[in-house]
Design a binder for this molecule. Structure first.
Ligand code: ATP
Ligand code: MG
Length: 250
């Protein structure tokens, strides 16, 4: 029933072992749902997603993805990950880059799969252009393409809507909802709240490594103007409780 189970996970880095970047978070994310992890800059979103895909490890607590450890090689083939700022080989074309990714996943029908994926992210027209000539939006689309080329069961997207114009955002949202309709579980880091309301079944608000609240966007917005108002108010209240210094008017 749950694709992602996070239990009492904390993370600190060896350089500052006393500073917890992620503080005792627990989450259960249902199979086939779209989950939004929302929080301001430096909240711990990327640190969390890196632990979920096995690129980093919790200092405390446990993570299970489809009942397996994120490091499990069988599981790894079923995951898709779009990092925050994907780095590409600039001299390759989009097509050549995806050929390289496909080879890592032992994909057999490579040409067919690449064409289908490029079409899905609307990048087929630029497949033979070198990546260094791509615009920011095109790079985002290529980042998404490399994350879905293996038809993942669980897809992790770190700020997939960043740098896209409204048209591009609408297209990516459509792709996300299409993947959801096929049963993919999707975990999204973002701070674009309007988009979250449209595509996420459940969201958690995280600030300074702590999850403040988890629920559906409509439930979290109750009693507030909208989700953004709920987000800002909850974070400010928590910071006041902690005794953080607040700037007047914020
Ligand atoms: N390798 C690292 N070593 C030490 N501290 C780190 C490391 N990576 C991240 N941090 C710190 O962890 C905190 C959380 O960073 P993280 O990148 O997870 O935030 P985020 O929520 O993804 O922010 P943003 O919205 O800006 O992407 C920050 O204070 C950051 O400086
Ligand atoms: Mg981040």
């Amino acid at each position: 029933m749950y694709s992602i189970e996070i239990k009492n996970v904390s993370k600190s880095y060896p350089k500052d072992p006393e500073i917890q970047i992620v503080k005792n978070i627990s989450l259960s994310i249902k199979h086939g749902s779209v989950f939004g992890f929302i929080g301001p800059n430096g909240a711990g979103k990327t640190s969390t997603i890196k632990m979920l895909v096995g690129l980093s490890h919790p200092t405390e607590g446990s993570i299970k993805i489809d009942n397996k450890s994120p490091d499990d090689p069988v599981l790894q083939k079923k995951l898709g990950f779009m990092p925050e700022s994907p780095a590409f080989y600039q001299y390759l074309t989009g097509y050549e880059f995806l050929e390289f990714v496909a080879s890592l996943f032992d994909i057999k029908d490579t040409d067919e799969r690449i064409e289908k994926t490029l079409k899905e992210v609307d990048l087929l027209h630029a497949k033979d252009k070198r990546i260094r000539t791509y615009s920011k939006g095109m790079l985002q689309r290529l980042g998404l393409a490399q994350a879905i080329i293996n038809n993942p069961d669980i897809l992790f997207l770190d700020e997939p809507l960043d740098g896209l114009d409204p048209l591009g955002r609408a297209e990516i949202k459509k792709i996300i909802l299409n993947l959801k309709s096929k049963g993919t579980t999707i975990f999204i880091n973002t701070h674009i709240l309007g988009d979250v309301e449209e595509i996420c079944d459940t969201v958690s608000i995280i600030d300074k490594g702590e999850i403040l609240v988890t629920g559906s966007p409509s439930v979290l917005s109750q009693g507030y103007k909208d989700l953004e108002d709920a987000f800002v108010t909850m974070i400010q209240n928590r910071r006041k409780e902690r005794g953080d210094i607040l700037i007047e008017g914020h």
